[in-house]
Design a protein around this ligand. Structure first.
Ligand SMILES: O=c1ccn([C@@H]2O[C@H](COP(=O)(O)OP(=O)(O)O[C@H]3O[C@H](CO)[C@@H](O)[C@H](O)[C@H]3O)[C@@H](O)[C@H]2O)c(=O)[nH]1
Length: 488
């Protein structure tokens, strides 16, 4: 072991052996795409010797129970007052937002006291989802430092910050306008490349969503740290720009280390230690056997994440593309979406395709038989594919997805962006898959995909940019705790 590595290991061991290591509370927004990075960030902190309790707002599910996920404690908060009200999280409504805020404000200080009684250590920091900026006040009332955690990339954050500061006005009506945004002036953005809520006048939820996203910046300058699930090499200039604005640290990719060529004692594969809000009808073993039975680099993986509800027409177009491609495929269609699949499709394609309600996406992306990913470009899916070197065919739907798709093709060169966002025709999907698999362009895409895979691994490796940022945060917390003890 190199001297530097030995020193790091010793330091880490010292933190591990601290009788009362700092205890961090992590509060994700109650959606799958926010819980996943928060959960994995928790594991990274645990691997550095901290204690962590993940606080999950439980309106989203009644099936999960309080407990431990390996070394991670999970605490579910529930809304006793509002039992009558319709759970709206999965339906995409906004009623739950107030209940979420009300419940956390009321319950979190009590939970922190409970944890302190049980473990002997008080909360040392609250890491809250950036879309819950009111949590900063909760931390201040609890008299603890706090960090805002962004689950979308810096490019998207920079655009939304421009909107927040009034440099972009919404709704954008001139569809020919071009944008250059502070922090990433070298990228020219068409209207359809921007987060959808800035310009999609047909989306009835756009104003509320935009307000929610703009509010991320309302008090972020006051947060003690600002984290983002990205890595420096991926968004170098924007990361530096963010560092000049906020106490910013890129800490990603926040995906289980086992998929990044590293094995932390604190984590394992996603289906063993995940916290999934969706049920898969097939066991992980069945899925693995199915993937194992396919040729290397042959399976087209298709998924639109945990929120997007495709139109009947878009679902038909995806199905038609898969029929015409005549290649093996694995398509995730959540249970609530299954009735949109054209009649007979599943039976007609069963010799080469599998339609599932949910799967462990990371296992699929990491599998040798997967060749490309037809994706909505939710940020987790995008950074997971980038980290595993899987080329993408973008079929963005809403929110940050169009911007992520633009970067996938034009900035990172790892796939094809859709011509007509939110409504991709079957030919476009079909050609996209062929383009990322065959010919000269595919070679370049594969080369870039390998490059980003290597850089993602380097970011989380010991001494890598994200690893160092997490170490620095942990050191700061340990020092703060020591100071607090000396003051007592
Ligand atoms: O069958 C599946 C499908 C998805 N996933 C996982 O679920 C997560 C999905 O996250 P993401 O790809 O970001 O999509 P959404 O669920 O749509 O995420 C929401 O949250 C993201 C982070 O804020 C945004 O980037 C998206 O636009 C927004 O829709 C990923 O970790 C996937 O690995 C599975 O494990 N199994």
């Amino acid at each position: 072991m190199k001297v530097e590595q030995q020193k790091k290991q010793q330091q880490s061991n010292t933190k591990m052996n601290t009788p009362n290591p700092p205890h961090v509370l992590i509060l994700p927004f109650p959606f799958q795409g926010h819980i996943n990075p928060a959960l994995q960030f928790s594991r990274l902190l645990i691997s550095k010797g901290l204690r962590v309790t993940l606080i999950v707002y439980a309106e989203i599910t009644t099936e999960l129970t309080q407990g431990q996920l390996g070394s991670l404690a999970v605490h579910f908060l529930s809304t006793h007052d509002d039992e009558e009200e319709e759970p709206a999280v999965q339906a995409g409504g906004f009623g739950f937002l107030d209940r979420f805020a009300k419940t956390v404000k009321k319950e979190l200080p009590r939970v922190a006291c409970e944890i302190e009684r049980e473990t002997g250590s008080g909360a040392a920091c609250l890491v809250y989802d950036s879309v819950a900026p009111w949590a900063l006040e909760v931390a201040r009332e609890m008299n603890i430092p706090c960090a805002s955690f962004f689950t979308q990339p810096c490019a998207v954050d920079a655009i939304l910050y421009s909107y927040y500061e009034g440099r972009i006005r919404a709704p954008i009506t001139d569809k020919e306008e071009k944008f250059r945004v502070d922090g990433m002036a070298e990228v020219s953005l068409a209207v359809h490349d921007l987060p959808s809520y800035l310009h999609d006048e047909d989306d009835e939820y756009a104003p509320e969503c935009l307000a929610l996203l703009a509010a991320q910046f309302s008090n972020v300058a006051g947060a003690d740290w600002v984290f983002c699930n990205t890595f420096t090499a991926l968004e170098e200039k924007i990361v530096h720009w963010m560092c000049n604005k906020f106490r910013f640290k890129a800490v990603g990719p926040t995906i289980p280390s086992i998929y990044l060529g590293k094995q932390l004692s604190s984590d394992d594969t996603c289906h063993e230690y995940g916290l999934s809000l969706f049920k898969a009808q097939h066991s992980p073993t069945y899925l693995k056997q199915w993937l194992d039975s396919q040729q290397p680099k042959s399976v087209v993986y298709v998924s639109f994440g945990s929120v997007a509800s495709l139109s009947d027409k878009q679902t038909e177009e995806v199905a038609a593309a898969l029929e015409k491609l005549d290649r093996p495929f694995l398509w995730v269609v959540r249970k609530s979406e299954q009735d949109k699949i054209p009649p007979g499709f599943v039976e007609d394609t069963s010799d080469r395709g599998l339609v599932v309600t949910w799967c462990c996406q990371l296992e699929v992306l990491a599998h040798a038989s997967t060749v490309c990913f037809v994706t909505h470009c939710g940020w987790n899916s995008t950074i997971e594919a980038l980290s595993m070197g899987v080329p993408m065919v973008a079929v963005p739907q809403f929110a940050d997805q169009p911007t992520n798709a633009k970067f996938v093709e034009d900035v990172w060169g790892v796939g094809r962006d859709g011509e007509e966002k939110a409504m991709a025709r079957s030919e476009e999907i079909e050609w996209g898959v062929v383009e990322v698999m065959e010919g000269e362009r595919a070679k370049g895409i594969r080369k870039n995909a390998e490059k980003w895979k290597t850089l993602a691994r380097a970011a989380v490796a010991d001494g890598g940019s994200s690893d160092r940022n997490i170490e620095d945060f942990v050191d700061e917390l340990v020092n703060l705790q020591l100071l607090k003890r000396l003051e007592l």
